[in-house]
Design a protein around this ligand. Sequence first.
Ligand code: KG4
Ligand code: ZN
Length: 350
Amino acid sequence: MRVLGIETTCDETAVGIVEERLGGGEILANEVMSQIARHAAYGGVVPEIAARAHIEVLERLIDRALRRAGLEVGRLDAIAAAAGPGLIGGVLVGLTAGKALALAAGKPFIAVNHLEAHALTARLTEGVEFPYLALIVSGGHTQLVAVRGVGDYRRLGSTVDDAAGEAFDKVGKMLGLPYPGGPAVEELAREGEPSRFDLPRPMLGRPGADFSLSGLKTAVRQELLKLGENPSETDKRDLAASFQAAIVDVIVDRVRSGLRDFAPERPNALVIGGGVGANGAIRRALTRFCAEAGLRFLAPPPELCADNGAMIAWAGLERLKLNLVDDLDFAARPRWPLDNAASAAHHGKA
Ligand code: KG4
Ligand code: ZN
């Protein structure tokens, strides 16, 4: 079984093709075109620029993915596209292209929830069995999900304010780093002293698995103000390291709490997804936590944590196997929570 997937919900235009294998999948193509350079000057993603850029490159990217996989459209079993959640203009571009391709080729069409795709990626790479715990941390989302089956999700917690990537990006901006801030903050923090600034760990020890990260970001701003007009490189490094240490502590604590809420079942693994999942400090801390908790930790390679087409194709393949195909009038969803109610709405075409 082979599926092509299209991703255009944010600032990457991406097309992937995956094929089913025993215990997972094989990626036949995974073409990604990042728009970071176009948005960098604005310090964030500009929706109109994003949608236009998706239109400009998507067709070429589909051709390139097919060529890379050595396939004609006719040899695919279905076409999948992310139908949300995300920036509506961009979602419409990918969704419409996916429907058109499916119609022209006479193939089934599958509308994929972008968060579901992040949550299922570890089944593509590692073939992990249900149930498992998924931590989705990106520029737009921060949530902990009990993944019990395809379409069977229970949200254990999510951020009540900023997403983890958003916190990294805002702190990066404060520290004068280029957009997106995440990788730059991690780099700057590498040589910094993580215990120098005493930053808050919001939600630590609280029941449930919700996150709150805006207070942490505000605390960083206050420390920066105290440092005066021209903080030294050392000051900035230490502040970046202290911020990263705080967010790592919060994430580990929320995962620990979410794991308790997973009961009575026991997850087979903790899997991470989303761009922030590329962060080395977070990966190391979760590796350590899982070793202590006797839990498998599965972190897909950074390029599969960030937005990509292979994950959409894989989620499409998982749904196709269960005959969960969609009609061509499936509407784009700027908001689309990942839980059972939303999944039921998916089948009933809400
Ligand atoms: O999943 P993603 O590619 O796009 C969505 O937001 O859906 O995630 C992008 C986010 C950005 O906020 C970026 O700063 C963050 O992931 N990010 C990182 C790292 N790499 C990317 N945050 C922390 N450390 C990193 N190494
Ligand atoms: Zn994402």
